[in-house]
Design a binder for this molecule. Structure first.
Ligand SMILES: Cc1ncc(COP(=O)(O)O)c(C=O)c1O
Length: 426
């Protein structure tokens, strides 16, 4: 009992551990395709030259002192203007808080809103809300989801828990699925939360939504992310948004994130972030502000980036559709957003060449790694027990060549398996 209860029970995410094992084998010369990391290979997706140059300039100018607790003003002004122009929502620069990536903002939102023992609701699969819930000593209520709803929660699964909940943690576009919450889904959920807070009045802490929208600028085709305030203005008092540079600007290592929400909540989060000292480096903040001010450059870079990601996701999607058409027991959801594709492998029970069978989801993804030389992540890494045949494939660290290679190897590996007549050729 050397540590606090929280530290004794804290777990690290298995995702970087698995990704590191793959990287080690790659460095040793093995050809493996790594779809596991929610990150970018800078050799394939570098940050924009203009952002890189601004960062170097900001250091040369000597922006190496404390950045200030709220974050550099020009950056907050530019984010406010980006939100106005691209998301259609008005947030004053004073309602925006900068931190070293999105994670300290998520933790500070939890710390500002949730007491030990409170209930936090989040849909499954979900990225990291289990860890944040644990860090504040709260109780997680896992909301079941279905593929046909893009793995987004529906009002009927929220309703039974709504009266006791302190926080509803949502993410759209969703990591791990690459799906987007529709305007109709957003309205239904926000209306429920507003109605619940009217019922609570002043007697109980309000129910808040944390909307993690770090992928909102990476949507494809007809899909776009509808900001909840546009469809339900009354939710504004109860919603905190998490956003940042990491994903939409391929800048996970630059560490600039921002949150925006009600003034008082932002002030509390600012104090928490300040005590952690989890500010983004000042030079990066100055540079990001100057970069975002070059609006047309930013728009062009984002378009180019999005086109490339969509091309990769599309190639992977088409590959799985072809495998499905050939009768292999796989399925896939068309890419809507982000860098992720949801793929289903119904391989449990399949017979291997050595006469044994694939018995568990773990054996399936090990088989895919060893035989198809392809690293994929089961939804169980995102807390899901119900969707054991679903996997997240991330294209951020893969070239088009890698994708082609992986599809070829996957097909050859699936061809080695024998399937019961009912599972193949469905
Ligand atoms: C949904 C979601 N939110 C937040 C983050 C963390 O972002 P950052 O690197 O800015 O801390 C990630 C990273 O994978 C993510 O997928």
């Amino acid at each position: 009992m050397q540590f606090s209860k929280i530290a004794q029970a804290i777990q690290i995410s298995p995702i970087p551990v698995f990704a590191a094992q793959i990287d080690k084998r790659k460095k040793a010369g093995e050809r493996l395709v790594n779809f596991t990391v929610g990150d970018f290979d800078p050799a394939i997706y570098p940050i924009a030259n203009e952002l890189r140059d601004e960062i170097i300039t900001a250091y040369l100018e000597g922006h190496t002192n404390y950045p200030g607790a709220a974050g550099v003003e020009q950056l907050r002004v530019e984010i406010s203007s980006l939100l106005r122009d691209k998301a259609g929502v008005e947030y004053d620069p004073s309602a925006i808080l900068i931190a070293s990536g999105s994670r300290p903002l998520i933790l500070s939102a939890y710390m500002a809103l949730v007491d030990p023992g409170d209930k936090v609701l989040f849909p499954i699969p979900s990225w990291n809300n289990d860890y944040y819930t644990h860090l504040v000593g709260a109780t997680a209520v896992l909301l079941p989801t279905q593929a046909k709803n893009g793995f987004m929660p529906t009002p009927d699964v929220i309703m039974p828990h709504i009266k006791e909940a302190a926080l509803l943690a949502l993410c759209s576009p969703l990591n791990p699925t690459g799906t987007v919450m529709s305007a109709a889904q957003t309205i239904e959920i926000c209306d429920m939360v507003v109605a619940e807070n009217k019922r609570r009045g002043d007697k109980q802490k309000p129910l808040r939504i944390m909307m993690d929208q770090v992928y909102w600028q990476l949507t494809y085709g007809e899909r776009s992310m509808m900001n909840p305030i546009r469809v339900c203005p009354e939710i504004r008092d109860y919603i905190i948004f998490i956003d940042g540079l990491s994903k939409a600007y391929a800048a996970t290592g630059v560490r600039v994130g921002w949150g925006f929400g009600p003034d008082l909540l932002i002030k509390k989060m600012r104090a928490i972030v300040a005590h952690m000292g989890a500010w983004a480096p000042k030079a990066e903040q100055v540079a990001t502000g100057r970069y975002l001010a070059q609006r047309q450059v930013v728009v062009d870079n984002l378009d180019h980036f999005r086109t490339r990601l969509h091309q990769s996701l599309g190639k992977l999607y088409d590959g799985f559709i072809a495998l499905k058409a050939e009768g292999y027991p796989v399925d896939v959801i068309a890419p809507e957003a982000s860098i992720y594709l949801s793929v289903r492998f119904d391989l449990i029970g399949a017979g291997k060449a050595d006469g044994s069978r694939l018995e568990t989801p773990n054996e399936v993804h090990k088989f895919i790694l060893e035989q198809a030389k392809t690293g994929i992540l089961p939804f169980s890494y995102f807390g899901s027990r119900d969707h054991q045949n679903w996997y997240r494939l991330s294209v951020g660290a893969c070239s088009l060549d890698d994708i082609e290679y992986a599809l070829k190897k996957l097909k050859a590996s699936l061809a080695q398996l024998s399937f019961a007549a009912s599972s193949k050729r469905r």
